[in-house]
Design a binder for this molecule. Structure first.
Ligand SMILES: [Zn+2]
Length: 312
């Protein structure tokens, strides 16, 4: 099962308790996965369709609770979807269909537009409960989420640009950043910010998915920190070795001259330790001296050796 289906199955288990939210969720579902059918004079219908049977069953439940209507559900093989099943929910009762369209403000004052809700007629900007119900409905109808283990990406597929912009404005109310782009002739609104996705999931009520995402975020940030520390240690190590190579070079140069026999005993001791322990840091070399000396004392002695070496 794809990650999206897994998430959608969790979301379809949520049934809003308030009328305002049920209507908002139906509006989101109409906006993303329904078509309005005109059947001759004064007769209209609504047809919901999708690959996920749980989503169509949810539409059935919402219509039953709000309108006492039992929608017909049919399943058919879809040639365009590589023989996957396509589920359709049919509302062919003109009275019910028009009541739904009036309540969702798609049809108003006897006139109606085929455009899905793109203005804030349901006051979604002001009502968080309704806003997230609408977003949940819309996501269930046409949303997509990549497994967060791979990448952070959640998408809403809109019917046209205005609709994508409207959803983007709804998300903006809670500071969730989304970007719009055209993929072929599909209008896509994408959220790639992991914190934004987490906020949206919890707003929509997908608490299980939200916790999973949070765990992945924690693991990823721990991994990044460990990598940063390892990279940093590797960098320090190679700095130490590079410096050590230069020191050994100079020491060997001095050893080939009579100067070597005239060097102070401390300098000779240190020089020999360096040759024996090329990967030691200055502090580690200092600890090997007897008696031990500080890092800055080691540094001071190496500077002396370098100075002698350069004069050769
Ligand atoms: Zn509400």
């Amino acid at each position: 099962m794809s990650y999206s289906s897994h998430l959608k199955n969790e979301l379809t288990k949520i049934i809003p308790t308030e009328d305002c939210c049920i209507i908002s969720e139906i509006a989101g579902l109409i906006g993303s996965c329904a078509t309005i059918k005109i059947q001759g004079f004064n007769k209209i219908g609504l047809e919901f369709s999708g690959e996920n049977p749980a989503v169509i069953r949810l539409v059935f439940k919402l219509l039953k609770i709000q309108y006492g209507y039992s929608m017909d559900i049919v399943a058919a093989k879809n040639n365009q979807l590589q023989q996957k099943n396509l589920y359709r929910g049919l509302v062919y009762d003109t009275h019910v269909a028009s009541e739904v369209l009036f309540d969702t403000r798609i049809m108003e004052n006897g006139s109606w537009s085929l455009e899905p809700v793109t203005t804030d007629k349901l006051k979604l900007m002001n009502n968080p409960c309704c806003r997230y119900s609408y977003l949940r409905g819309f996501f269930l109808g046409s949303g997509f989420m990549l497994n967060p283990k791979k990448n952070y990406q959640l998408e809403f597929i809109a019917g046209h640009q205005d609709q994508a912009e409207y959803i983007s404005n709804l998300l903006k109310v809670d500071g969730i950043p989304a970007s719009y782009y055209l993929r072929g002739n599909i209008h896509v609104l994408t959220i790639k910010d992991s914190e934004g996705i987490s906020d949206l999931l919890s707003g929509m009520g997908a608490l299980k998915a939200m916790l999973e995402l949070e765990n992945i975020r924690i693991l990823k940030s721990m991994k990044n920190n460990v990598n940063r520390i390892v990279n940093c240690e590797t960098a320090n190590m190679s700095k130490t070795i590079n410096r050590s190579m230069i020191q050994i070079d100079i020491i060997n140069k001095i050893r080939k001259t009579p100067l070597w026999n005239n060097l102070e005993e401390d300098l000779v001791k240190l020089a020999l330790l360096r040759i024996k322990y090329p990967t030691d840091s200055l502090q580690e070399l200092g600890d090997r001296m007897s008696p031990p000396i500080s890092k800055s004392a080691v540094n001071y002695r190496f500077n002396k050796l370098m100075k002698i070496g350069k004069e050769l």
